[in-house]
Design a protein around this ligand. Structure first.
Ligand code: NI
Ligand code: MN
Length: 226
């Protein structure tokens, strides 16, 4: 899978010839000023929860591209009110096969409201199974016991974990989470965007390495393959 990072928790996944954008928050991100949001043409948009640092560009990109938005039922209703109608609702534990692969919406230990205060349902993460790989995009979450269950159920290629602390897991808990899901390749997200979540990247990599794990911190606008 080809992965491009757009800052905060926003990634573009390219797999099976499809482009899947996750948690679009680009234009308000001071660290992502060099990204041309209009050059991003996803076929699908996944939304983990409604907070502005995950949805700021959602309505604009969905409207411009007509991409199928996959999110909670509650976020779908909110999007419909904004004129975005190509939306697929899911809820926790639900699994469905799309053109890019098999997607399961899973629990995330976090809150969930839209920027105007509308209730957004339960915050979520995603487990994405492609032809030969399995990825866990945790969304905004605390460390939680459910991760042990995911570790028993799947053999993960890599996981996307928030590491910025304060609003989500920090480094120490993300390392424990990596053990829970039995995955040694972690892509960091939800760090450095604003003051509360600034991290020391070198220290973060070292802490993971000392735990026998690889922490990948992708430059904003850069891509990697996993
Ligand atoms: Ni959040
Ligand atoms: Mn967030």
């Amino acid at each position: 899978m080809r992965i491009t990072y757009y800052g905060q928790s926003c990634f573009l996944f390219e797999t099976a010839g499809k482009k899947v954008l996750v948690d679009p928050f680009i234009t308000p991100n001071e660290l992502a000023k060099h990204i041309d949001v209009n050059a991003i043409h996803p076929d699908f948009i996944l939304v983990s929860h409604g907070h502005a640092d995950h949805t700021a560009d959602l309505v604009d990109i969905a409207t411009r591209t007509g991409a199928l938005v996959i999110c909670s039922y509650e976020i779908m209703v909110w999007l419909n009110g904004k004129g975005v109608t190509n939306v697929h609702p899911m809820n926790l534990g639900g699994q469905r096969t799309f053109d890019f692969g098999k997607l399961k919406m899973v629990f995330a230990a976090h809150s969930n409201s839209l920027p105007d205060g509308t209730y957004g349902g339960t915050a979520a993460g995603f487990i994405i199974e492609t032809e030969d790989k399995v990825f866990y995009y945790a969304g905004d979450t605390a460390l939680m016991q459910e991760m042990k269950l995911f570790g028993d159920m799947y053999r993960f290629t890599a996981a996307f974990f928030p590491i910025g602390d304060n609003f989500t897991m920090g480094l120490e808990d993300a390392i424990i989470a990596s053990k829970f899901i039995k995955c040694d390749t972690i892509v960091g997200m939800h760090y450095d965007t604003f003051g509360y979540i600034k991290i020391d990247k070198e220290e973060a990599r070292t802490k993971f390495a000392n735990a026998g794990l690889q922490l990948k911190l992708i430059d904003i606008g850069a891509e990697i393959s996993l």
